[in-house]
Design a protein around this ligand. Structure first.
Ligand code: PAF
Length: 282
């Protein structure tokens, strides 16, 4: 694995040149570090589908609309590099902030409507930051496939829209959410929950599971289902930002739920914003 020092874009290009010449399939997992088993699942999937696996670790300031959130983002570089090594990652790209955003940098990728609803509405500019950094990373790595976790469902739609619109030429692969045994979706933010908040946070995945069961048993009213989920989550003391059931591609809210629709939840506990989702009737 090459990752001892932070690589430049030119280093990445040279390291990947022989693989490209040999037509080896390159898989890419962009991350912000603080790696956990959810990232591990992305590496594992990339490893099984690709000849070369590249990861990036870059905490992207442009996607944090709240400076405190950025300051509190966990930094665990040596553990991250160990995880990459044990997962068989071939190359870790860790660009410096000054490489990503040099003096004079003045562009941003605005993905439009899909980036402005839900998370995009609550976190203004967040998806411009995600799309901009992912576009830059894809331009440097030029992978055949890029892997993203389903936990960030809307992020995948934003990235897929951008890749299509800007003709970037990479397959975007969705990897199912990895969960704790009680159902809590793995997230780098979970490390910021104390024991009490951690125990209550599971209300999100429980509410989603109950919604899935109620839908499987024939309840199709989106308002009824989402109101029940909101009640469950609020009863555990979380502040709900949204619970919505939408079309899986457009994120337009449904009135009547169909199989394949997605329930998306965002809620805050002790100042930690958590998101989760599930495809209903899957
Ligand atoms: O999902 C993440 O960790 C980030 O949003 C990403 C895709 C690495 C862009 O900074």
């Amino acid at each position: 694995m090459s990752a001892i020092s932070a690589l430049t874009p030119a280093d990445v290009t040279s390291a990947l040149r022989p693989h490209r010449t040999a037509s080896r399939r390159i898989g890419f997992v962009p991350t912000m570090g603080a790696l956990h088993d959810g990232h591990r699942a992305l590496f594992d999937r990339a490893r099984t589908e690709c000849d070369v696996v590249v990861a990036s670790i870059f905490v992207n300031p442009m996607q944090f609309e709240n400076p405190d959130d950025l300051a509190r983002y966990p930094a665990t570089l040596s553990a991250d590099l160990e995880i990459c090594a044990s997962a068989g990652v071939d190359l870790v790209y860790r660009p410096a902030a000054s490489t990503m955003y040099p003096v004079g940098f003045d562009s941003r990728v605005d993905v439009g409507r899909i980036g402005r609803v839900l998370e995009g509405r609550s976190r203004a500019g967040h998806y411009d930051g995600v799309a901009t950094v992912v576009a830059k990373l894809l331009n440097v790595v030029r992978p055949d496939r890029a892997y993203f976790g389903q936990k960030d469902y809307q992020q995948i739609l934003v990235v897929a829209r951008m890749v299509l619109d800007l003709e970037i030429g990479v397959d975007i692969i969705t990897v199912p959410t990895v969960r704790e045994t009680d159902g809590l979706a793995l997230s780098s933010r979970n490390t910021r929950l104390d024991a009490n908040a951690r125990a209550r946070a599971v209300a999100i995945s429980r509410a989603i599971a109950v919604t899935a069961t109620r839908f499987a048993h024939g309840t199709t009213g989106a308002r009824e289902l989402s109101n029940e989920a909101i009640e469950t989550i609020e009863a555990a003391g979380l502040d709900v930002d949204y619970v919505t059931i939408t079309d899986p591609a457009t994120l337009e809210p449904r009135e009547t739920v169909r199989a394949g629709d997605v329930i998306l939840v965002a809620a805050t506990i002790d100042g930690v914003r958590l998101i989760d989702n599930a495809i209903l009737g899957a």
